[in-house]
Design a protein around this ligand. Sequence first.
Ligand SMILES: Cc1cc2nc3c(=O)[nH]c(=O)nc-3n(C[C@H](O)[C@H](O)[C@H](O)COP(=O)(O)OP(=O)(O)OC[C@H]3O[C@@H](n4cnc5c(N)ncnc54)[C@H](O)[C@@H]3O)c2cc1C
Length: 382
Amino acid sequence: MQVEILGGGPAGLTLAIALKLHEASHRVRVVERGPRGATWGFGVVFSDRALDFLRADAPTLHALLAPRMQSWRDLTIVHDGTRVPIGGNGFASIGRLELLTLLQHEAERLGVTLEFDRALSDVNELGTADLYVAADGVFSASRDARAAAFGTRIDWGRNRFVWYGTTLPFDTLTLTFRQHALGVFCAHHYRYARDRSTFLVEVDEATAERAGVEAMDEAASLALCEQVFAADLHGHRLLSNRSTWRRFPIVHNARFAAGRTVLIGDALRSAHFSIGSGTRLAMEDAIALARALRDEPDVDRALLRYQAEREPPMRKISDAARISLCWYERMGEMMALDPHEFAYGYMTRSGRVDHAEVRRRDPRLAAAYERLHPERFGESSP
Ligand SMILES: Cc1cc2nc3c(=O)[nH]c(=O)nc-3n(C[C@H](O)[C@H](O)[C@H](O)COP(=O)(O)OP(=O)(O)OC[C@H]3O[C@@H](n4cnc5c(N)ncnc54)[C@H](O)[C@@H]3O)c2cc1C
């Protein structure tokens, strides 16, 4: 089978590897517009549970990636200077460039053809193939060219975010909320290498407008964020990687395939970065598509099976991501809460974690919340 893949991100590379692992005779090419050795962003984080899928479904990839990851158990919420540590979570992280480099080596070892520095406006420009895969990310041109056939819908988050890095290695995954004269600034920050952390800054719409972030040049934006988070950066500088303020696009497609062109990864659906699942979903799509193509020799039927298998779990995570995105849009009003109430609200925001689960993960946080709500957790409560 000849498979042409546009986009050498986690989705495209994982698919190429999975296809070759299933059937060495497949001819697989990945075409990427960026150069080898470069990418956007900094490190990405996975929850413990997110790595389980890799251990179960792609043990070779898990063995390749797990030893290169930073990992830790705790999450810390910093509510305007008050630190609320929350145990029992579990995360692992890796630099995006390191992740892609490992995947590229593995793909080439298996005989995948990788082409860099080649931007195409449609995957179908790659000549005759049995399957065309649009793995070209959230702004997929191949998808947009067939938006009606895929049933594409794109909504836009109201907050603005900018993805920086820093040389300060943080101990835990930390969400720092700072009340500033311009409004509330939130930083999502965590170590992804011994000497590097992601430092992603998010502001709500009103703060973005007051600060005028979209009109700022790179240096002014960096200086503002360094000033807001000076107490958290301990003298370290923020690092930019063509980092600009953006709004988050929420991508949804009713149909995963149009003829022999199929969507995977962010081209198919995006999940807000606050739940740390986009890379995992992209890799899961790839693994599921390769499995469907292995188990179902008829490509059209395999594409239907791919959608049937992926849609239910994907919808669950997409719903949680959407709720999480909305929580961040309301962070300004929630800063008035007590720090423990705020942290509890963060933990339970998407509905996937209830009080019993908070108690299991971090009894101190559950107890603090119960003390704040004696009317609900009186002495008769368990
Ligand atoms: C700020 C931010 C933080 C994030 N943090 C996390 C996190 O902590 N954990 C997590 O799991 N996920 C995170 N994500 C999400 C994650 O980055 C994506 O879900 C993931 O990268 C999707 O993989 P992909 O391969 O589908 O797309 P991408 O990684 O976007 O890869 C698409 C590739 O296609 C290439 N391409 C695009 N157009 C063309 C073209 N026309 N021709 C050729 N090549 C093209 C691009 O150069 C790119 O290399 C974050 C996202 C953002 C925006």
